[in-house]
Design a protein around this ligand. Structure first.
Ligand code: NAD
Ligand code: GLY
Length: 363
């Protein structure tokens, strides 16, 4: 037998621009991408109402033709049917590999757009224009995309980096406060895993965040991107350190799934999941700095739950945990807090999970 190696050196760079009222600048940058004359803009009906025409106008000014793809709003449309409809329209309008796909919307649209761009003709230049806080601080950074399958959330997807992530903070003016809160949970998580000063900054800025002070939101988004970037740059394909971004998520996914994704929003579930992680770390004697009350305070200020809804049966939660796609063959891996800004990986064997999990539910 003989062997040969084929080594690849493909490097990609995601340029991230952040500012207020930057649609004009985004159109200029899109034009510079492979001298684009034709692009696709993917969005949903809610976001289209506010931002589609302003973006199309800037693209037209630069002589760029746009194929408009407007989907209904909602997580249930992050589906194979939507992906198929997007690909059909890209095909019908004759987009080629030099034509950028611009995803203008929250995490649902960024995930769908990322997936479609990664597979259509084996890859279109992807531009993400996140419009929810969650998409700005999380979904538009790191190159993960996905659709949901009947078997579960985010079960099909690719790693595919955007060439440009363009964040116009001013669009947060129209984002409902509840959605702002869901995004904030991921920002709090960034502080909890790697930057205690950032966590404290969020804690003391609750009123300004609620009032949507644009310069403060921009500072917050900048800091979150910086943190997420540092994990992703080191571990793009999620084989190691990137797992720390899952603080609160393994618990949170069980809560979301047990409530059929209706009872609790992802942001609410991750907030509860972080409280559960604090409780678990405290119980095993590994929590050196307990910031439970600070976290509880921020969640409460934003109207997010701090107790597991009574109707979610604990045994049912345990059952959904066992179906988690990140479960290992010999047990479970949790990211737990050690101190503010520091987390660690904790493995729990199959025969210990019930006690571990039920104790963590008592927050
Ligand atoms: P979403 O995309 O459904 O947006 C939330 C709501 O806000 C929607 O109704 C949307 O139409 C509306 N909206 C968005 N921007 C608006 C604006 N500026 N003004 C008014 N309304 C606006 O949900 P989301 O919370 O943004 O994202 C959740 C999705 O992101 C999930 O599918 C999740 O799996 C995914 N996600 C992906 C990653 C990743 O790394 N790829 C990370 C986190 C979450
Ligand atoms: N949202 C977690 C990650 O991007 O890895």
């Amino acid at each position: 037998m003989e062997t040969q190696k084929l080594t690849f050196t493909r490097t990609t760079c995601n340029e991230i621009v952040l500012g207020t009222d930057i649609f004009k600048e985004v159109a200029a940058r899109v034009l510079r991408l492979r001298a684009a004359r034709h692009c696709a803009v993917l969005t949903n009906e809610t976001v289209a109402k506010w931002y589609l025409q302003p973006l199309l106008a800037e693209l037209r000014t630069r002589g760029i033709k746009a194929t408009e793809i407007v989907l209904p709003d909602g997580e249930k449309h992050k589906s194979l049917d939507s992906l198929s409809a997007i690909l059909d329209q890209l095909c019908a309008d004759g987009l080629d590999r030099n034509c950028p796909l611009i995803a203008l919307g929250g995490g649902v649209i960024c995930d769908l757009g990322g997936f479609a761009a990664s597979v259509f003709k084996r890859g279109l230049p992807l531009v993400l224009m996140p419009t929810s806080l969650l998409a700005m601080v999380d979904a538009s950074i790191g190159g993960k995309n996905a659709i949901n399958l009947p078997g579960g959330k985010n079960l099909a997807g690719t790693f595919y980096q955007p060439v440009l992530t363009a964040i116009d903070v001013s669009v947060l003016r129209t984002l409902p406060l509840s959605q702002l809160a869901y995004g904030l949970v991921e920002a709090i998580k960034h502080g909890a895993i790697s930057d205690s000063a950032y966590f404290r900054f969020i804690h003391k800025s609750v009123d300004s965040i609620k009032a949507k002070h644009m310069s403060l939101l921009q500072r917050l988004i900048r800091r979150s991107i910086h943190i997420k970037k540092s994990f992703v740059a080191e571990d793009e394909l999620d084989q190691g350190i990137r797992a720390h971004l899952n603080l609160g998520h393994t618990f949170g996914h069980a809560l979301e799934a047990a409530g059929n994704y209706i009872r609790l929003h992802h942001g609410e579930a991750v907030g509860l999941g972080m409280l559960m992680a604090l409780k678990a770390a405290r119980t095993i004697g590994k929590l050196e700095e307990d910031y439970t009350e600070h976290l509880r305070h921020i969640l409460t200020e934003f109207g997010l739950p701090t107790k597991i809804p009574v109707e979610l049966d604990k045994k049912e939660l345990l059952n959904t945990l066992s179906q988690d796609k990140k479960k290992l063959h010999d047990g479970y891996r949790f990211i737990l807090p050690q101190s503010l800004g520091k987390t660690f990986v904790h493995k729990v064997a199959q025969d210990k999970i019930e006690d571990f999990f039920l104790n963590a539910c008592d927050i």
